[in-house]
Write a protein of this length. Sequence first.
Length: 224
Amino acid sequence: MKKHILEVDGIQKRYSEKIILSDIYMKCETSEIVGLLGRNGSGKSTLLKIIVGLEPAPNKCVRIDSVSLNNKNVLLNEISYLHQDQFIPKYLSVRKVISLAIDKQNRDIFCQDEFIQSLLDKKISHLSGGELRYLEIKTVLFNPSKFVLLDEPYNGLSPLMVDVVNEMIRSNVSKKGIIITDHNYQNVIQISTRLNLIKEGRLHKINKIEELAEKGYLSYSAFL
């Protein structure tokens, strides 16, 4: 299968006088799970929104396979985005969500999932936080886009559901490139094939886990 490469370059963002992101370059290839770490307020979610075109940024460049794609509608066809907050309208039924979000030829495959089957007759407003998050993640991963950005995917999931979601993410990575960020850094470290850290507005490549302590993100006791 042909590999595809997502590159984002020259991303800068400030709010008033505070610099959030400074000249960020990041790369993700299909078959990679790139973990994005950083303290609260470091700009992780902002970076993902900028990449997919939901947040403006001056002079940004987003490339897929060396072709510049800065049009929002084009980006949304190539890059799927899981928002950290609920984004499916509560008044819809689960069946309606599936009919709207999943291509007709893929719906039977989507619904073969026993967990999804248990939700089919419910409304979105009646789902638990974990059930809704699972539905959101699976819907985003079923999108035919080459790349997926996952913002706080583990929010509301039980430990058992975290394992199920991780397996679902891994089963998709052969044909997609995935960038993931979550406040639960252990889950991000566990599933990622490569790690980046945002600190003081800049992106740092993490080559070995101990560098997270060296850069002040984790304490050394976290490795004991």
